[in-house]
Design a protein around this ligand. Structure first.
Ligand code: G3P
Ligand code: MG
Length: 233
């Protein structure tokens, strides 16, 4: 079972920052998940619509200029990074799951992924694009078939795995609260991987591996990786 650091190693470091990402790589995470949104024509790595929870700013991310965003601090001394800065930091050392928070960010994000493959040492297979906007994923896959796509859901739509298969996804990403064995079986029969978010408890990590889940998103990648290590005889 693969371990993805959710917003980087965000349990111990400010979420969606370069320090959280570098830490996840040091922990040997298989991959890192980040959230992206467009602001002032820049692809910013940021989860919320509003600035106040994770920065010293106020207002909506999309209403701020790039210069204003650069002056903000997140987690004390970190800046909100751009997607290009994150790609340049990782440089193909692990997989990257880019979660598109809205439609407008999709084109600039996929262009950045193209740059990452051309210039920054990523293989296309290392890049996973996910979104709650399933129609968007279907459109992107038409133009950028070389990347992996994952249908993200917070509930359990009747046709989740069927839909994901139909639009050419390689995985579904589902809330741990909504997972069941039938869903895992259905996805696997269709050739889809099942990744589960957000899994921070060791008991859950071990149980999900036993259930046949392919990957988890966790805020504490070191804890999950340690829990999955085979016990020495
Ligand atoms: O991509 C999995 C997970 O990150 C989706 O929810 O709100 O944490 O972005 P959220
Ligand atoms: Mg996310």
């Amino acid at each position: 079972m693969q371990v993805f650091a959710h917003r980087g190693a965000s349990g111990d470091h400010p979420e969606n920052t370069l320090v959280a990402i570098e830490r996840a790589i040091q922990f040997d995470a298989d991959g890192i998940e980040i959230d992206v949104q467009l602001a002032d024509d820049q692809v910013m790595v940021f989860h919320d619509r509003w600035l106040h929870r994770t920065t010293n700013g106020i207002g909506r991310l999309r209403d701020a200029s790039f210069e204003q965003l650069r002056q903000l601090k997140t987690g004390g001394d970190q800046q909100i990074p751009t997607l290009l800065e994150v790609l340049d930091c990782i440089r193909g050392r692990c997989q990257l799951n880019v979660e598109l928070k809205h439609k407008e960010v999709a084109g600039p994000t996929l262009n950045a992924l193209d740059f990452a493959v051309a210039q920054l040492g990523f293989a296309p297979e290392q890049l996973i694009v996910s979104s709650f906007h399933h129609r968007l994923l279907s459109e992107l896959r038409y133009n950028w078939p070389q990347y992996n796509y994952a249908g993200l859901t917070a509930s359990v739509p009747l046709d989740l795995a069927e839909f994901a298969q139909r639009i050419g996804c390689s995985a579904i990403h589902i809330d741990v609260a909504n997972l069941d064995d039938d869903l895992i079986d259905d996805a696997h029969r269709r050739g889809l991987q099942v990744r589960v978010y957000t899994v921070d408890e060791v008991d859950d990590v071990i149980a999900l591996q036993a259930q046949g889940v392919d990957g988890i998103f966790t805020n504490f990648p070191s804890r999950a990786i340690a829990a999955l290590k085979p016990i020495e005889p």
